[in-house]
Design a protein around this ligand. Structure first.
Ligand SMILES: [Mg+2]
Length: 387
């Protein structure tokens, strides 16, 4: 009887262990954002093992100054709250695992996302299917990519963009602005736009750095310079300013930092306080919560963009699996972390071809952990947790 109800045998095993550790991933160049300059990206990797010896892997990343979690708090939350909530439970329901974690501790979306992705990887591997099958089924096999020009200086940004365009890796670029004077940012945008010409698309992310009058003054000039999307120009808590900016200029206004929960998404949809969401599995708290945000965006007619916090191939593959199931990610993806890193804890990294991220086709996330590489990247105090 059990076999008839569960032909793929998902619920014949229970979670025996939930372990995690922090990996430090050096970057090829310093990555300059409004709130931080990153030279080494630190992420949390989660490993879940069943009582019959199968395992699944998940990853979550944070950026200093972006959200409320750090890799240290994430690891602590996984060990002391999320692992006890899942150990001993059946591997049978992704939503059930998400609900148990929500009962165990509120918020902490990045920690929850890493664990839920490891559960999804494990469930999909047991079924012999890609994670996309659990997330609603694949709609597309590739997602157009965007590269963040984070050198912070026009000449270096131009050289980087030209090289990536010639390699047919990226033709859409985002400049991080807001750290210095808006006049300087505008001059840099104009310079980059002039040098790169018509074959590329340019966007900016202000990461909340401007007040409303500054946004009102500079967004039209950015649009005139060819910018198509302005991401989070004002503070996250200023929904009214976002509403007043939306629809006013010939470029899209994208919300990022303020849209974490489905309730946040609903607030933005009701107020029509943006044209688009930057959607991130970690920010929303894992695939179950992210699906709710995506549904609200679809109902509101908002465009969507698959954002990143600089994951390795492990996290990028999971994001690709999820976003392959979303009917339209019309603004593409920003899942370029592996190309900016000098190391990757997987056997074969995710692939980028013809300006797109290729969605992996193998079981689970579609990438395989390289244990030796992972061990070399993991903080010493955590190494025993994973291997
Ligand atoms: Mg952003």
């Amino acid at each position: 009887m059990r076999e008839a109800l569960d032909p793929i045998g998902l619920n014949t095993a229970r979670i025996a262990e939930v372990r995690c550790g922090v990996v430090d991933l050096p970057l090829k160049r310093p990555h300059k954002l409004a709130m931080a300059t990153i030279e080494v990206q630190s992420n949390v990797v989660v490993r879940i093992v069943t009582d019959d010896g199968e395992e699944g892997w998940g990853e979550a990343a944070t950026i200093p100054g972006y959200g409320a979690e750090t890799v240290e708090t994430m690891a602590q939350v996984v060990r002391t709250s999320l692992a006890p909530a899942l150990v001993g439970t059946e591997i049978s329901s992704l939503g059930g695992a998400a609900a148990r974690m929500e009962t165990a501790i509120k918020r902490n979306p990045y920690a929850k996302s890493a664990v839920e992705l490891a559960v999804a990887d494990l469930m999909a591997r047991r079924a012999g299917v890609p994670m996309s099958a659990l997330f609603g089924g694949r709609r597309h096999d590739r997602i157009a990519g965007l590269w963040v020009l984070g050198a912070g200086e026009a000449e270096a940004d131009i050289a980087e963009a030209k090289k990536l365009f010639e390699q047919k890796l990226f033709r859409c670029f985002l400049l991080k602005v807001g750290k210095g004077a808006p006049e300087d940012d505008l001059a840099r945008v104009r310079r980059v736009a002039k040098e790169l010409g018509d074959g590329v698309e340019l966007r900016v992310d202000v990461n909340q750095s401007w007040d409303e009058p500054t946004a009102m003054r500079f967004i039209p000039q950015l649009a005139e310079a060819g910018i198509t999307v302005v991401e989070q120009p004002v503070r996250a808590d200023n929904v009214e300013a976002m509403r007043r900016l939306t629809g006013r200029f010939p470029c899209l206004i994208m919300a990022d930092e303020p849209v974490e929960t489905p309730q946040d998404a609903l607030r933005f949809a009701a107020a029509h306080a943006c044209d688009a969401f930057s959607v991130k599995l970690g920010k929303h708290g894992g695939p179950t919560a992210t699906r709710a945000v995506v549904s609200i965006a679809e109902a509101a007619g908002f465009r969507m963009f698959a954002g990143t916090m600089l994951e390795s191939s492990l996290g990028v593959a999971a994001h690709a699996q999820f976003f392959s199931t979303v009917s339209s990610v019309s603004l593409g993806n920003q899942l370029f972390g592996p190309l900016l890193m000098t190391a990757d804890p997987v056997v074969a990294p995710v692939r980028y071809e013809d300006f797109c991220l290729i969605v992996p086709t193998g079981p689970g996330s579609g990438v395989e952990i390289d244990r030796d590489a992972l061990k070399s990247l993991m903080r010493k105090e955590d190494a025993a947790c994973l291997i």
